[in-house]
Ligand binder design. Structure first.
Ligand code: PEP
Ligand code: CO
Length: 456
């Protein structure tokens, strides 16, 4: 019997709303419960955003990545915002991810697995429930799913109507991505479709074109020799993910589907549990132990071996392949101390996981001129150390998780263009965390290849 056909024990005592018996961190506080219930009631009957067969297809691909046959690239905005649900922004982000995945495919000589942080990445955890400016205290901005970023009472009020707008915008983004990918946008014969309009004379774009040309020639050669045009070169799979933070919203998308046992969260292919809400006894873990999606968990420097083993037991009691992705985000300074013990703890469970590295969230800092930023060198250092540590522990780093955009922003310091603190003032757009821009993202993909090869 293959792993896929293995019967999975239904989670005991679980229901789509059993999370309500636990403590839920990072939730919005709505002042009008009737309005909230009305919005949730509408969501419950709206079409979902993804399908069960796509989710099971992703699970299969994650199982392959666990076996070392694929490399996972997960990337996108820290926080999507309603105003940026624009065709050019969605397409540019897709283009960068496609270019990066081509670099990885070429350099690692194995197929990729592409997961966007998009089509639903609208809820954000915050360190404080409230924000005070000049003596005025208002609820913190929790992402466009909940409230608005402007510092006014009306913008910061958690508004249930936003749940419906988020669902609609997720569907629009999803529809556009599906249409592009299915319609030949990702065709390996035409990587020129993935060029970003605004990029001129970038040495990294030139390097990308060399790789794309070399793949183009191999594709042509193969087609000449076999006399066939393999359909698989014309399209790729693209999956969606978001931090499954807002539990009432997520619950409306947890559904049963015909001819499948169990429950699926149909708001996204790949929900992940953030670092601030990963308590073993918490409501988020309770919700996601009962769905059949693959699930990600952020693993920070504060997580102990026992805690992590408990999460594996709770979220994957049957040791199902493809179910669990551990996204470690330690910081360049801490990864060396914290990761080896956790790798050993996970190994001792015998349970299959996919380890991937998020080198962004441990390396956030504030500059003297008040900008939240990340240094390319720290991001790079954490990622390179992660590759080395996994290799030294007899484990494997199976992917990367990055915050990036296809827009020409200046939010992270460093990279090939050596952006400095002053440059941040030029084009800083993010509402939450700083993202890699196009060149920094391509450079990161090239670094992954270099590091991977040096350890092979
Ligand atoms: C995020 O991925 O945007 C995030 C908030 O991450 P973490 O939970 O790892 O801090
Ligand atoms: Co972030």
């Amino acid at each position: 019997m293959t792993e896929r056909l293995k019967t999975i024990t239904p989670a005991k005592g679980w229901r789509p709303d059993s999370w309500k018996q636990k403590t839920a961190g990072q939730q919005a506080r709505y002042d009008d419960q009737d309005e909230l219930e009305q919005a949730l009631g509408k969501l419950r009957v709206l079409p979902p955003l993804v399908t069960s067969w796509e989710i099971l297809g992703l699970k299969q691909q994650i199982a392959e990545a666990q076996a070392g046959k694929r490399f996972l690239l997960q990337g996108g905005d820290c926080a999507e915002v309603f105003d940026e649900c624009e065709s050019s922004i969605v397409a540019n982000r897709l283009k960068v991810l496609l270019q990066m995945s081509l670099i990885l495919l070429h350099g690692l000589e194995k197929p990729g697995l592409r997961i966007g942080r998009f089509a639903g990445q609208y809820a954000k955890p915050r360190s404080d429930d409230f924000e005070t400016r000049d003596g005025v205290t208002l609820p913190s901005y929790r992402g466009d799913l909940v409230n608005g970023p402007d510092f006014t009472e009306s913008a910061r009020r958690p508004d249930p109507q936003r749940l419906l707008r988020a669902h609609a915008r997720s569907a629009m983004s999803m529809n556009f991505v599906r249409g592009l990918v299915d319609g030949g946008f990702a065709d390996l014969h035409h990587p020129e479709f993935w060029d970003l309009g605004w990029v001129t004379h970038s040495p990294l774009a030139a390097e990308f074109h060399r790789i794309a040309d070399s793949i183009g020639q191999s594709v042509k050669f193969m087609e000449t020799v076999t006399g066939q045009q393999p359909g698989s070169l014309r399209r790729v799979d693209f999956f969606t993910s978001h931090e499954a933070l807002h539990l009432p919203y997520e619950e409306t998308m947890i559904r049963q589907v015909p001819r499948q046992y169990g429950w699926f969260n149909l708001s996204t292919h790949f929900p992940w549990i953030g670092m601030r809400t990963a308590e073993l006894e918490g409501a988020h873990v309770e919700m996601f132990r009962g769905v059949r999606n693959p699930v990600g968990v952020k693993v920070g420097p504060g997580m102990s071996s026992e805690w992590l083993k408990g999460l594996i037991r709770t979220l994957n009691p049957d040791n199902e392949a493809g179910r669990l992705v551990l996204i470690h985000r330690m910081s360049a300074g801490k990864v060396g101390d914290h990761l080896p013990g956790l790798i050993e703890a996970v190994r001792s469970t015998g349970s299959p996981v996919l380890w991937i590295c998020d080198p962004m969230h441990g390396n956030t800092e504030k500059t003297a001129n008040g900008y939240k930023t990340r240094r390319f060198d720290n991001i790079r250092s954490e990622l390179e150390q992660a590759f080395e540590i996994h290799a030294a522990c007899g484990s494997r780093l199976g992917g990367v998780h990055l915050e990036l955009t296809g827009e020409n922003v200046t939010e992270c310091i460093g990279g090939a263009r050596e952006l400095n603190e002053e440059d941040l003032t030029r084009c800083y757009k993010t509402t939450v965390d700083p993202r890699l821009n196009y060149e920094q993202a391509l450079e990161m993909a090239m670094l992954v290849v270099r590091k991977h090869r040096s350890l092979a």
